[in-house]
Design a protein around this ligand. Sequence first.
Ligand SMILES: Nc1ncnc2c1ncn2[C@@H]1O[C@H](COP(=O)(O)OP(=O)(O)OP(=O)(O)O)[C@@H](O)[C@H]1O
Length: 709
Amino acid sequence: MAQLMVHKNVLKYFNKIPANVQKRVAEFIDIFQKDPTDSSLHLHSLKESMADHKVRGANLPSGYRAIIIAPDKGEIFLLVHIDSHDKAYEWAKNKRFEVHPKTGVFQLFDVTEMESMAKNRTATPSKTASSPKTPTLSKTGAIDENSYFLSSLSHEDLFMAGVPKPLIPAVLAIDSDDAFDALIDYLPNDCKDVLTGIACGMSVDEALNEMLGLSRIKEEDDVRPEETGDFSNIDHSASFDLVLIDGEEHLKEILEGSLDEWRIFLHPYQKKMVRWQTKGPMNINGAAGTGKTVVMLHRAVHLANQLEDPNDKILITTFTTNLSITLSDYIYRMDKEAAKKIEVTNLHALARTICLHSGWKGKIGAKSDYDAIWQEIQRSLTGEIPVQMEEIIDEYWLVVDVNGIYCEDDYLSAVRTGRPRFSRKQKKAIWPVLKKFQTEMKKRNLLTFEGVVHQARLAVEQGNFRSYRHVLVDEVQDFSLEALRLIRSIAPVDKGLSDPLCTVGDGHQRIYRSKIPMSRAGIEIRGRSRRLKINYRTSEQIRRYSHGVLQGMEIDDLNGGSISITGDRSVFKGPEPFVEQCNNINDECETIISWVQILINEQGLKDHEICITPYKEQIVTSLTEAGFKIFRLKPREIDPGANEPGIRMGTMQRIKGLEFRAICLACGDINDPMNHMDKASPLQKCERYVAISRAREYLLVVLSNNLNV
Ligand SMILES: Nc1ncnc2c1ncn2[C@@H]1O[C@H](COP(=O)(O)OP(=O)(O)OP(=O)(O)O)[C@@H](O)[C@H]1O
């Protein structure tokens, strides 16, 4: 039976077309799904006037036309565009709508447009077109200083890389980075990704694999067609922009625009990660904004819909409470039935629930409890201790507590990354003091947060709490060793079941603790760790700026190795970040006010789409006096979005997990560590990275004057 897939294009502009046309489109899709030959559809061929013989027109009211692509083979038709008569046909005239025979990806491209762009560039070389060419390896392996990387590729290589045959000559004519930057926007999305990978030094095979998740070797479920008009398997292919309409309700939701884009269209690599079946724990990493959380949500729903035993449950857990609240809401909106089988909770709530379930009646200590115990210990010390008391306290929180250490042997062999060097003799001397803190806590029936996590793990290991069929963890970079052990114990890792554990994280965003390879907690992800490279949140300009902040830091892959950001790119471009030096707080406030005014008055942003972080009271006062409404983001409270106007004010930790069209990083205070990035700690750099990477389009960084940044 014929089916209809709708292109992202149609949905993007759907609310701009008149209401009577919108109504008819919904009816049209409905009738088409039932009977594509129904004469009321007025589907007609446009062979002569179109570059692609598969293009059909369909009449809509008020002189509007729908552009439909009829397959040469298969029963899936595509609705790709809607506009007024002339505009619709002009749009379709030179376009091709093809499935690439080598990659199986659906591609929409305009040969004439690409050729004329390429020709214009050679006819009028720009100022920058003569910039130095990127040296490439010649076939003999020697560096050829004079050739651009694309010229070392053959026609066949480019075809293998997924470039449509008619575009290959124009791609081969690209001879500089500037030309590449200018022309890449005219290529189908998959080609942009793969060629970016190749431009960064990947081979064709590596680029296909790392950027799209495709391999040249055909796998069992491979759905690549033999010819460009074969749409038989287009619904299962690695396409970006097509959605198969699944019933009337789905159609209604999609057309009304109530579904976010990420719920409908996944990148091929994201799709692959959603459905990837593994025999052991798997990990997905990627820089901020690459859609890790999106993948995890889709994966959870996918797994929930496959559960066979009605008693089986899935657990999603995260480090921060804010994020777990958001995730729970998303899951419910994605699939209400699946949501019944998925529990979403943050790590500490999970640990507390397990402890309470297993009979724990203690309390989590407060800072005042801890201070009192340390003071008592200090008073009771009799002999000489070779380390200052402050150092011992730090040692407790940064080494003993987070690593779940309860005996001397474990302490002596603990990994103490980032801590001052202590000799074995010193460690042996301070262990009794560290242990005394634990004893005193126990006497008072108190636990630290990490202590609760530890108790929870013991309870699970002793069989006092259920294990889940699948466990998915977001923000895993912020999990302590004990927390990782808890996760491992609650997931069916040792039961030989498929897909026991999926962790998602990013070493760039570690703001709560130091690196801990997952293997130390017995979570073996070697060979089952993948990296997402395509950034959906941030413009290319902000993405590059944010990575600059981390310069000099080695970013880990969450398992003891390091990652490469080679080939990372954003799906859209935007204005360059604006960095402003200010003399004093008044200057800073003025800069921020005029930036906000431009965004609202000239760029059309709403106030809730702008966030200032970290914020000072003077900034709040100045903005209020200038007539702007302010909304303070509080811990554990969801950002109400458009429902509550006001420029968002939040700490850098609070805005983790959120995103805004515009962010101002307000570090105008001379004492702000942000002003001294050369001296900033890895943690401070990561915090800044997290804050900056929440910005989608606009970034303002306000610094104190004359300081090294
Ligand atoms: N396939 C997609 N299509 C459209 N938008 C997407 C897609 N995937 C992700 N996004 C959008 O990109 C943004 C970032 O996604 P997400 O939060 O999943 O990324 P992340 O890698 O988890 O980021 P972070 O690590 O910073 O939390 C969100 O606005 C999301 O809606």
